[in-house]
Design a protein around this ligand. Structure first.
Ligand code: NDP
Ligand code: A1CAB
Length: 275
């Protein structure tokens, strides 16, 4: 499905690298099928070429002209200038795949003038280890075959869920931003561990395995999250003491508010950069 296709990344940041690294590691595409371009950071392109053997260029028009699939991987605030710049060299047979938070497909279609095939996705940084939770949704002019191509691309870097576009802001606040919530919590766990006499290395080994264990358990069990944490809590034991503090500080309310705020920001990005 992806043999012979040329994939151009417009943007060479952390998401672009996570995706192209996954595609190459899983041998979904060959390095020579990939072209990476960005705005001005030549050193970044040199590093990517050295690390992954991909083609790089500062000639964005040429990179788009040569592409079958164009992955939009710039910041949302740069999408307008990026698409306006290359719009004249795009063709109807090309497929545009966005990883941008908040930006609706109809906005990208309007910038591309005409009936461009656009598929919007929301991966997360766990793509770097092939474990992204990605959701994808097709725009008005993309077809099912193109959706399958994008499913195959993102399956190389984790799981893929097809959703209606109106759900993508929720996906963004939940799973796009999701890894950061856990890392933030883990930072506090590391501090608590060191404050209580463990070395950084000991803390890191114990926390990492605890997180991996939680993920694997969630994958394998039918039990709810509530059942799972209650299973850990012995009456009047240590967990009950710890969870008691989380309840006192309304940790679950805080988490719900954080996700709601992230979702609101995703919606806002779509509006702010719409004009
Ligand atoms: N980071 C994350 O966890 C996730 C991010 N995303 C989305 O991915 C996108 C990229 O994020 P991230 O990788 O973190 O961002 P970075 O800032 O790391 O990278 C942005 C890249 O875009 C390039 N760029 C800017 N303008 C243009 C242009 N006109 N044409 C081509 N390239 C351009 C920049 O080039 P230069 O450096 O030369 O200026 C840079 O390489 C964002 O839209 C974000 O919403 C989605 C899911 C998760
Ligand atoms: O913070 C952001 O805007 C991006 C989108 C999802 C994760 N990072």
């Amino acid at each position: 499905m992806l043999e012979q296709k040329t994939i151009t990344f417009l943007g060479a940041g952390s998401m672009a690298e996570a995706i192209l690294g996954g595609l190459i590691n899983k041998q979904i595409v060959k390095p020579e099928q990939i072209i990476v371009t960005n705005l001005q950071d030549q050193q970044k392109l040199t590093r990517l070429a050295g690390t992954y053997d991909v083609n790089t260029t500062s000639n964005r028009m040429e990179a788009v002209r040569r592409a079958d699939i164009i992955i939009l991987a710039m910041k949302p605030k740069h999408v307008k200038e990026a698409l306006e710049e290359v719009q004249t060299v795009t063709r109807p047979d090309q497929l545009f795949v966005s990883v941008l938070a908040g930006i609706p497909t109809d906005y990208m279609e309007s910038l591309l003038k005409g009936k461009a095939s656009v598929i919007r996705t929301m991966p997360n940084t766990s793509a770097k280890v092939g474990a992204s939770a990605t959701a994808i949704s097709k725009g008005a002019y993309a077809n099912d075959e193109q959706l399958q191509v994008v499913e195959a691309l993102f399956a190389a870097i984790g799981t893929v869920t097809v959703v209606e576009e109106e759900k993508l802001d929720a996906v963004t606040g939940l799973a796009g931003s999701g890894p950061a919530y856990f890392y933030y919590l883990i930072e506090a766990m590391e501090k608590a561990a060191v404050d209580n006499g463990l070395t950084k290395e000991e803390a890191s080994a114990l926390i990492t395995q605890t997180v991996i264990g939680v993920g694997q358990r969630l994958q394998k069990t039918e039990k709810s999250a509530k059942e799972l944490y209650e299973e850990v809590m012995s009456p009047n034991g240590t967990t009950e003491a710890g969870i008691g503090v989380l309840r006192e500080y309304h940790m679950q309310d805080v988490m719900e508010k954080a996700i709601a705020q992230a979702i609101a920001r995703s919606k806002e990005l779509g509006v702010v950069f719409h004009n």
